[in-house]
Design a protein around this ligand. Sequence first.
Ligand code: PEP
Length: 256
Amino acid sequence: MSSRKKLIAGNWKMNKTSADAVALCTEIVAAVGRQADVEVVVCPPFTAIESAAKVLDGSNVKLGAQNMHPEASGAYTGEISAGMLRALFATHVILGHSERRAYFGETDAFVNKKVLAALKNQLKPILCVGETLAEREAGTTLKVVQTQLEGGLEGVSKDQAPTVVVAYEPVWAIGTGKVATTEQAQEVHAFIRGLLVKLFGDAIAQKVRILYGGSMKPANAPELLAQKDIDGGLIGGAALEARSFVDLVNAAAAAK
Ligand code: PEP
């Protein structure tokens, strides 16, 4: 049994108004607000973070953002800083999601700046890595993941590393209903663990949570979560309904 506490994080993407967030968070808190065996995080859009924070206050459910800018403040129209997120009691931030890489041109170097800024501000980064279908078919999955992981974590100290969360999200499995097989997922998770050992040493690498993301649902979660190096899930579609999200949290509790 792993000593790492499982983590289930919901990435709501560009869904839910502030009022919707209140309703969804109210249901989540009622069902798993006292869950202590699994770390539960919800990541609403920026416009719903404050209303979600009020509902989550006093519960064990934590608040995350889906992105942030690396600078502390200034002329960056449309952007949000780590300090702004901290002021709303956010504890986590998703960085380098494949949709940000694909649609907004985010590079490993830019993602790395965000990771360092998040850590400097006591926000826990959820660093996303993962290959496209073309890259998997070309046999370059591990190389792609290595480049993204090492690029994203450059300059992260051994002290900071245990607070980093890595999310392995094969791009071809995100929102497609095509989940990676447990063998495919575990192979990459074990590879990531090995890279973390090289970067930070074994003791620290064993503390870092590595989440799987990509069409994770209550039906496929138990098998994925039973794998040695799969420490939870980053959940898109199934995080938009309280029932499926709560079922995933319960699956993680059962798998621990
Ligand atoms: C995601 O976007 O992080 C994700 C895993 O989405 P989905 O669960 O919908 O595949």
